[in-house]
Design a protein around this ligand. Structure first.
Ligand SMILES: Nc1ncnc2c1ncn2[C@@H]1O[C@H](COP(=O)(O)OP(=O)(O)O)[C@@H](O)[C@H]1O
Ligand SMILES: [Mg+2]
Length: 283
């Protein structure tokens, strides 16, 4: 557990995510009890079972969502609720629609039919400004993480702050701590082309969480990484989940899923035959 790991979004939704004092506050405020029987999680000051909360208040909810890009159906009648603090994998063969489903989950893609609710608001009724504001609550690590190569790693990680018209100078301490947490402090002043694959993914993760989102969606984040680096990235995502973040990782790496299941109560969703299924214990 790094000492300067970012804090939970519940504690500091409007601020960035790496102040150690807030980490302590977040841990105190957001105790996640992984008990022998019931699995509880902190919602405000109230402990509820994750299952009860999920039924009522998923942060991202899809109801009977179907999508096609103009040809045949790709996603068919999918229903999903991401409960606060939950950890999900999304798996399925290449071309099954994982990236498409993630795009629906962060409001980038309006599905052909069905309802999408982001933080209890129907996506269909949202203005562009609403969607932009809502997306700040969802950090996305894209499959092909792109950077502005003429900017330093720090400035790339700070881009969401600039887009949100925050005073970046006021965040220098937090940026430094965040880069330390992902192990990139030594690369802070370098340009993205000098980063290795694993470093790029960790920079992309830092950029995804600089706005302290409640939900993190990661699209094949370990796709091009060796096993050691994959585990390192997974550890960061598990730590974020322990701080209260809701995590959804698209991957077809079953070994990674097995490794995660030893650390966290992860649910595994699978796209098969255009349907979304909850994968069983066969993984
Ligand atoms: N913008 C798009 N327009 C048309 N077809 C698309 C688009 N994006 C993805 N597809 C197609 O949808 C299918 C699923 O793609 P994708 O969601 O990327 O799957 P996965 O992430 O599981 O590999 C693929 O056949 C892909 O070619
Ligand atoms: Mg994909």
């Amino acid at each position: 557990m790094p000492q300067d790991a970012p804090a939970g979004a519940k504690a500091r939704r409007t601020q960035s995510c790496s102040n150690p004092n807030r980490i302590i506050q977040a841990f105190v405020a957001c105790t996640i009890a992984w008990g022998v029987g019931l699995r509880h999680q902190c919602i405000g000051n109230v402990l509820e079972t994750a299952e009860t909360w999920a039924k009522v208040h998923g942060l991202i909810e899809l109801e009977n969502v179907s999508h096609n890009y103009g040809g045949g159906a790709l996603l068919s009648d999918m229903t999903l609720s991401l409960a606060p603090g939950s950890f999900h994998f999304l798996t399925g063969p290449s071309g099954a629609g994982k990236t498409t489903l993630l795009r629906v989950c962060y409001g980038e893609l309006m599905p052909s039919s069905g309802e999408v609710r982001l933080f209890q608001k129907p996506l269909r009724g949202m203005s562009r400004d609403d969607i932009a504001l809502t997306r700040r609550r969802i950090g996305v690590v894209h499959q092909d993480c792109q950077f502005l190569d003429h900017l330093t790693v720090t400035d790339n990680v700070a881009l969401p702050l600039m887009a949100a018209e925050r005073d970046v100078a006021a965040y220098q301490g937090e940026l430094d701590e965040l880069l330390g947490w992902v192990g990139l402090r030594g690369q802070a002043g370098n340009r993205p082309p000098s980063l290795s694959g694993g470093e790029r993914q960790r920079a992309a993760l830092a950029r995804a969480i600089i706005m302290s989102p409640e939900v993190i969606l990661a699209d094949e984040p370990t796709g091009n990484l060796d096993w050691e680096m994959s585990l390192r990235l997974l550890t960061l995502l598990v730590e974020l989940n322990r701080m209260g973040k809701t995590i959804l990782i698209a991957t077809h790496d079953m070994t990674l899923i097995r490794a995660a299941k030893a650390q966290v109560a992860a649910r595994v969703l699978r796209i098969a035959n255009r349907q979304l299924q909850l994968a069983g214990a066969d993984l």
